[in-house]
Design a protein around this ligand. Structure first.
Ligand SMILES: [Zn+2]
Length: 282
């Protein structure tokens, strides 16, 4: 097989034998790929610092003679995203995004839109001084945009119960299983079983609607939500993706949930743990 050359985003990896490592990457043309990196763990490896999680690289690899695994031949670092590594909040947001892509990415499938979305997300998360609320909002935007790319864009303009165009309300009922909103009248009639309609504020709806259409070039393009409303949209998005993509519900801090303040505090108190995770995520 001829070598393949692809732009690739590193999604993580695991050590393999005393000297090698297997890394997972996302490529535009072939989706998620597992690459064997021989000698990656040696002190004088040419890949030192090149294959860290979140890095954008140009990778050349080919199928191994014996098995189905690909073997990395060369990798050039294109972007390192230092801002993500300098801020714990940006690091958490990027970890959650990368983990989601690792979970839903398909091997050997054209994935250009997903690749571009992740690259845009990392670029925006990399810019300095965004703060926790901004990065959380950005992560929500990333997840809804991803839902749209997977053909799971919710219906946000008409009521899913009666089909009438939705008027402006302070709050809407979002039916998770149907992927859409209820008007006030249908919400009051409660046509769906208890627990299936989740409350979504008007600002929350604006954020979801905006996110599904296009990923922002900066956090400033997104509506700013009060903390409780942001939390509600985060929760709704997480439940929506878990339900429609068949993901396992996970505790906060591992994957889809935003880490609790306590987890962030613990990592801040013990930066060694944070940096180890940063180099070794996965
Ligand atoms: Zn209705």
């Amino acid at each position: 097989m001829h070598p393949v050359s692809q732009e690739a985003i590193v999604l993580g990896g695991i050590d393999y034998s005393d000297s090698s490592r297997i890394i997972w990457v996302l490529t535009p043309e072939y989706g998620r790929q597992s690459l064997m990196v021989k000698g990656a763990r040696r002190a004088r490896s040419k890949y030192q610092g090149v294959l860290e999680t979140f890095n954008l690289v140009q990778a050349i690899y080919r199928k191994s003679r014996s098995g189905s695994l690909y073997v990395l031949r060369e990798a050039d670092l294109r972007r390192h995203f230092p801002g993500i590594r300098a801020s714990l909040e940006a690091f958490w947001a990027a970890s959650a995004a990368v983990e989601l892509v690792r979970e839903i990415g398909r091997e050997e499938q054209e994935s250009r839109a997903l690749f571009e979305l992740l690259k845009e997300f990392l670029s925006v998360a990399d810019s300095p001084g965004q703060g926790e609320a901004g990065l959380r909002t950005l992560l929500v935007a990333f997840r809804w945009r991803l839902a749209d790319l997977m053909g799971l864009s919710p219906r946000l303009l008409e009521c899913i119960g009666c089909g009438t165009k939705l008027a402006r309300q302070d709050e809407y009922g979002f039916v998770l299983t149907e992927g859409g909103l209820l008007c006030g009248a249908c919400g009051a009639r409660r046509p769906y079983p208890a627990g299936t309609a989740h409350s979504l504020s008007y600002q929350g709806l604006r954020l979801v609607y905006r996110s599904c259409r296009r990923f922002p070039a900066s956090v400033a393009e997104l509506p700013e939500l009060p903390p409780a409303e942001l939390e509600a949209v985060e929760r709704l998005c997480r439940l929506y993706l878990e339900y429609h993509l068949g993901l396992d519900p996970r505790p906060a801090g591992r994957g889809l949930g935003w880490p609790t303040g306590e987890v962030v505090q613990r990592s801040l108190r013990n930066p060694a743990q944070g940096s180890r995770k940063m180099n070794n995520a996965g």
